[in-house]
Design a protein around this ligand. Sequence first.
Ligand code: NAP
Length: 277
Amino acid sequence: MVGAGRLAEAFCRAMVLTPGSNAHLSIHARSPEKSRSWTGALNIPVFHRVEDWPPNPGWVFLAVPDSALSGMPDLLADAALGPDTLVWHAAGAVPLEAIQARAGQRAYRHAVAWPMMSFAGGENNTLDWTEVPWCLEGAADALDHMEALLKPLGGRMQRSDARQRKQLHLAAVWANNFPAYCFGVAAALLREQGIPQDMMLPIIRQSALRLTGQGDPFDWLTGPALRGDAPTMQAHLELMQDHPEWAALYRSLSAAIAGRAKGAADVADPAPTAPED
Ligand SMILES: NC(=O)c1ccc[n+]([C@@H]2O[C@H](COP(=O)([O-])OP(=O)(O)OC[C@H]3O[C@@H](n4cnc5c(N)ncnc54)[C@H](OP(=O)(O)O)[C@@H]3O)[C@@H](O)[C@H]2O)c1
């Protein structure tokens, strides 16, 4: 593994604790002392110099920030990799080609395995890896290797091309990052009135559970924007006078919802067309 951050720690814990993973892990870290507590507990050796890596590793997981991935082939130029070594990254939005061997460099296989999950740190002992969907990209032989490596963790694996991965990544921003911001706003509004934030848990859970069916989430929309209830929306905006950025988001999401409601009404009640001659 290169990198010892949030995903590296979660992944190493899972591999060490999963029967059948057969992983003899070692880590390359810029600042080995930072990760000493968990690498020591898991008995994983940490290297600081590429020249010290064990020769001919089966795979190298580049668990570094997206911005550092394009520099990894230069780092790997000094590593004793074999032609069958699988080098992979886990970024949703970085092209596969970013990590391929440079001209004149020893060749290796390369692939992407992006876990569509959030690793914020601290949840490592509770995460159920069988629930983690992996989006895989690469040549067929690299993907066979990738799937064999990840199989013991038990997650769902989805082969994709570059365009599909980009779109999946965008979908994840809508499905996770934006709702997380909205949950933050909702929790802050509750806090301002001394109401515990777990009051919203059932309604959030209900939305998430509905997704297990195959229906269109747009069909579940309810609320004042869908109903065109202007007085209620005005009252809400007044409650957010001290939070103009929340009010701006409220306006723009309400307009999008109202637009859908209007579109549906137009389909149900199409405007009369001129009679044909
Ligand atoms: N976290 C998530 O939720 C998540 C989810 C899916 C995919 N991913 C992907 O996983 C990868 C790692 O993300 P992360 O969240 O685990 O990052 P992170 O917590 O920031 O950890 C990054 C690690 O890389 C090291 N590093 C940074 N620049 C380096 C360089 N130039 N050379 C060698 N090591 C370097 C850092 O070392 P220092 O501590 O010394 O800086 C740190 O150990 C990214 O590609 C990300 O897109 C993350």
